[in-house]
Design a protein around this ligand. Structure first.
Ligand code: ADP
Ligand code: MG
Length: 307
């Protein structure tokens, strides 16, 4: 199976998503953006051995590479529309490709987006890059930079699960529910769009709550106080780890793909999703964590490549 057969077999699927004038098969995709909207463009790469361990479930890699991009789209309040995929693989391993494509197409279907192009190459290890194009009404995109002193800080879902799940996997004792949060993150796309006009600033949590909140605060020129007792922890995290490790995963662990946002008015109804107020924006530029009123030092500023 050569490159072209591989693309035809696994990636060139019919789509009923609007706006695809020319999809897979030509030198470039021709897309019809909605008149009067602004485009939001995001891209994220998953590298074997860096973002997931060698041998990780291919279907989950396919799902996850779409979901992590959708999470950026969600943090901008945008509606996702089209994606492209650059995939590098050591070999055209059919069961692997079948599973990867199934996970990728499942995520695309779930969120109503179309795969419109890509690139396929050989490489010593698996590298998957997805780029997604979304849209927002002009001037409405949620930014990191609008937080104001007095705003409440909110977090969707629970934090720390994915990092704990991955840690468990690497140490040979994964907790299924926690690992599943790493493998299949829930991008908060609909909720992100509902925050337009309400959130003063937003960011998605890819590198850890403490570090990512710090980025939002820095972009806004403000600080914050967070109450560690308000961190949203899952039952599974609480059941399997002692309190100190729970907090370390919740504040410093990456891969949650939840939204963190600030608002001065009441946030939209989250429905069945959990939504937690974890603190308040301050006029200083420090990020202070408190537990029972006492300041708890926390100096991890999240995952960084090349560090
Ligand atoms: P070119 O050589 O012009 O860059 P290719 O021959 O690499 O084009 O790709 C042929 C077609 O298949 C293009 O439309 C490209 O966008 C698409 N394509 C290649 N790899 C993928 C992939 N992994 N997923 C989706 N579409 C792909
Ligand atoms: Mg070409």
């Amino acid at each position: 199976m050569d490159e072209f057969e591989l693309i035809r077999r696994y990636f060139d699927c019919a789509t009923d998503v609007d706006g695809v004038v020319v999809g897979i098969g030509d030198d470039g995709a021709v897309l019809e953006p909605t008149a009067g909207k602004q485009q939001v463009n995001v891209i994220d790469t998953l590298v074997e051995g860096v973002h997931f361990p060698k041998g990780f479930n291919a279907s989950d890699i396919g799902y996850r590479v779409v979901a992590v991009n959708l999470s950026d789209i969600a943090a901008m309040g945008a509606a996702p529309r089209w994606m492209t995929l650059a995939l590098s693989l050591p070999a055209a391993d059919e069961p692997w490709l079948e599973a990867f494509a199934e996970g990728l197409h499942a995520a695309a279907k779930e969120y109503g987006i179309a795969l419109v192009g890509g690139d396929t190459t050989t490489a010593p290890q698996v590298v998957a890059t997805v780029q997604i194009n979304g849209e927002v009404d002009v001037g409405t995109a949620l930014l990191r930079s609008g937080a104001k002193p007095g705003d409440t800080i909110y977090v969707t879902g629970t934090v720390g699960d994915a990092a704990a799940g991955l840690d468990g996997l690497l140490h040979g004792e994964p907790v299924k529910e926690l690992l599943n949060r790493f493998a299949r993150p829930s991008a908060r796309v609909t909720y992100g769009q509902s925050l337009i006009g309400i959130a003063s600033a937003a960011i998605d949590l890819s590198d850890g709550l403490y570090g990512d909140l710090h980025k939002l605060l820095f972009a806004s020129g403000v600080g914050a106080e967070i109450d560690m007792a308000c961190l949203p922890l899952s039952d599974a995290l609480v059941e399997h780890y002692p309190p100190e490790r729970q907090r370390k995963f919740a504040l410093g662990g990456g891969d949650d793909y939840e939204l963190c946002f600030t608002a001065s008015m009441s946030p939209p109804d989250p429905g069945v999703m959990r939504l937690s107020a974890i603190g308040r924006v301050t006029a200083s530029t420090d990020l202070v964590c408190r537990l029972d009123g006492e300041i708890v030092p926390f100096d991890d500023s999240g995952y960084r490549h090349f560090r």
